[in-house]
Design a protein. Structure first.
Length: 132
C-alpha cells in the first residue's frame, strides 16, 4: 500500500497559504489603504513582465500536462522557462537550459515515485506513455 502523506500535506499547506493571502487582501479592502508603491520603475516593469510570462507558461503547463503526461510537459516547461530567464542566450547556455531540466526530471521522477509515492497524471494524448 502506498502512503499518500506528501500530496495531502502539500494540499493543506497550499490551502493555508491561500487562506492567509485571501484574508490579507480582504483586510486591505476593508481598510481601503492605498498601496505603498504608486510609481513603477522600468526595472520593476521588466520584473512584472517576467512574472506574467512565467505565470502564462505555468498555466499552459497545467493544461498540456494532461495531454503529454507529467514528465514530458515538465521537461518542456523547465526548458522554456530556463531559456526565457537566461540573460545571455548563447548556444551553450541554451543547451544547458535543455540538459539540466532533463536531469532534474529524471531525479525527481525517482524521488517522487519511489520515495514520496506521488501519483502522476497519465498522458491522454499518448496512451501508454506513462508507466504505472
Amino acid at each position: 500500500a502506498k502512503d499518500w502523506i506528501f500530496p495531502i500535506l502539500a494540499n493543506y499547506v497550499i490551502l493555508i497559504i491561500g487562506i492567509v493571502l485571501f484574508a490579507r487582501g480582504a483586510f486591505a479592502l476593508i481598510v481601503k489603504r492605498l498601496p505603498d508603491v504608486l510609481h513603477i520603475t522600468q526595472e520593476e516593469r521588466l520584473a512584472y513582465t517576467d512574472v506574467l510570462v512565467f505565470f502564462l507558461i505555468v498555466l499552459a503547463y497545467m493544461f498540456i500536462m494532461y495531454g503529454l503526461g507529467f514528465w514530458l510537459s515538465s521537461w518542456f516547461m523547465l526548458c522554456i522557462t530556463s531559456i526565457y530567464l537566461t540573460l545571455d542566450k548563447t548556444p551553450r547556455n541554451i543547451r544547458l537550459a535543455m540538459i539540466v531540466p532533463l536531469g532534474t526530471c529524471i531525479a525527481c521522477y525517482y524521488a517522487f515515485l519511489y520515495f514520496f509515492y506521488v501519483p502522476f497524471p497519465r498522458a491522454t494524448w499518448w496512451i501508454g506513455f506513462m508507466p504505472d
